[in-house]
Design a protein around this ligand. Structure first.
Ligand code: VGL
Ligand code: ZN
Length: 202
């Protein structure tokens, strides 16, 4: 059984948003079409408190895209984004939501970032997504959304680690850094995952 996992298709990651992924809006028609091909569609939502430590403004003297240490982990510093309850944290108005059965929020702990929809970056706390999908009899997870080299990548990595087959739908995602996504794809393939095109599903 397969599920479609829509990663962080939120206004702040789309053109005009606080942490816009180049070309991010181009995936929307495709993502809407893909949903019709799946019996289960689940979404994740980046959902930070205003004082989240991944925000550069929480670190005096630091700039956006600087790398610091947080909870013993390398942390890229981001502009404020997906702040709980703001318009930027909302799903795109162009994203069809009628097939989305559940929304898993992440990034609520101000002390640690959470790229994956399954765990925070330190694997300290589960969102419950893996057990939810197992409970639905899911074996194969297809990933779409933003950003390819961060939240899509780390969600695919955790999906593999949780024993699912992971398939990244390449043309239904966009990266912050294309070089970063090349590395991410190689890592997913090395871990037994697959990179597919939407044409193989539509
Ligand atoms: C993301 C950076 C920070 C993502 C979330 O959704 O890929 N990237 N927070
Ligand atoms: Zn975030």
């Amino acid at each position: 059984m397969k599920a479609l996992l829509l990663i962080d298709i939120q206004n702040d990651f789309l053109p005009g948003g606080a942490l816009a992924v180049p070309g991010g809006d181009a995936i929307l028609p495709l993502v809407n079409q893909l949903q019709e091909r799946f019996g289960l569609v689940v979404a994740t939502q980046d959902w930070h408190p205003q004082n989240h430590k991944s925000f550069a403004l929480q670190h005096t003297g630091r700039q956006v895209f600087d790398v610091v240490e947080l909870q013993g982990l390398e942390q890229v510093l981001w502009p404020d984004h997906c702040v709980q309850g703001t318009a930027g944290a909302g799903f795109s108005a162009k994203l069809r939501m009628h097939k989305v059965e559940a929304i898993f929020r992440k990034g609520m702990n101000p002390e640690i970032d959470s790229y994956s929809g399954f765990y925070d970056n330190g694997h300290l706390k589960s969102t419950g997504l893996a057990d939810y999908l197992r409970g639905k009899g899911i074996t194969d997870i297809y990933l779409a959304g933003l950003a390819a080299d961060y939240c899509v990548y780390f969600s695919a990595k955790d999906a593999l680690q949780e024993g699912f087959k992971a398939h990244i739908i390449e043309d239904a995602t966009r990266a912050i850094s294309p070089e970063g996504f090349e590395k991410a794809k190689a890592d997913i393939k090395a871990g037994g995952g697959e990179i597919v095109q939407s044409s193989s599903l539509l």
